[in-house]
Design a protein around this ligand. Structure first.
Ligand SMILES: [Zn+2]
Length: 182
């Protein structure tokens, strides 16, 4: 099975529950995925794709569903044209000097958005679901998305790129909205 197969399986799988900040696992540094983790990892993918598509979102990191391991899924496509990528043990190799501001949100911080400045392009290396090493230069929205998801593996949220004042404002607003929901 490849990325597309797992994404298709996500169309019928029950969505995995996405954790909302301030859950402790979202602040932990996730551990490296080892070869012996691959079978259980693959079993989590359909539910993760299902949750991401249902949200809807364009990226989801394993810690967001309570799994403190280094893998993420992204898909910038739509229902008619899926473009799923599963990145296992992803690493940023190089970053462009050009920085770009882009509005970001996060499935673990529902309804909260802010402009974050990040490198416009990055070279990223990862292992795919078939165990092969991949390397690719990405830019634009995909670069932003991958950087945002890799941040999750280090316990970093997009609000950490903002001033303390803005971050506290967003986290307070999120807490208030979540309280109203329950
Ligand atoms: Zn996020």
């Amino acid at each position: 099975m490849n990325d597309v197969d797992f994404s298709l399986a996500g169309a019928t799988a029950a969505p995995t529950q996405i954790l909302i900040a301030p859950q402790a696992v979202l602040r932990q540094k996730a551990r490296i995925v080892r070869p012996e983790d691959m079978d259980t990892l693959k079993a989590t993918l359909p539910g993760m794709f299902s949750a991401m598509y249902a949200a809807p979102g364009i990226g989801l990191a394993a810690p967001q569903v309570g799994i403190s391991q280094r893998y993420v899924i992204v898909d910038l496509g739509d229902a008619e044209d899926r473009q799923p990528i599963v990145l296992i043990n992803p690493e940023i190799l190089t970053e462009s000097e050009v920085m770009t501001p882009r509005e970001e949100g996060c499935l673990s911080l529902p309804n909260q958005y802010a402009e974050v400045v990040r490198p416009e392009a990055v070279r990223v290396r990862w292992t795919n679901v078939e165990g092969e090493r991949c390397e690719r230069e990405v830019d634009g929205l995909l670069a932003t998305c991958i950087q945002h998801e890799i941040d999750h593996l280090d316990g970093v949220l997009f609000v950490d790129h903002l001033s303390t004042l803005r971050r506290n404002m967003i986290m307070r607003r999120l807490a208030k909205e979540q309280k109203l929901k329950h």
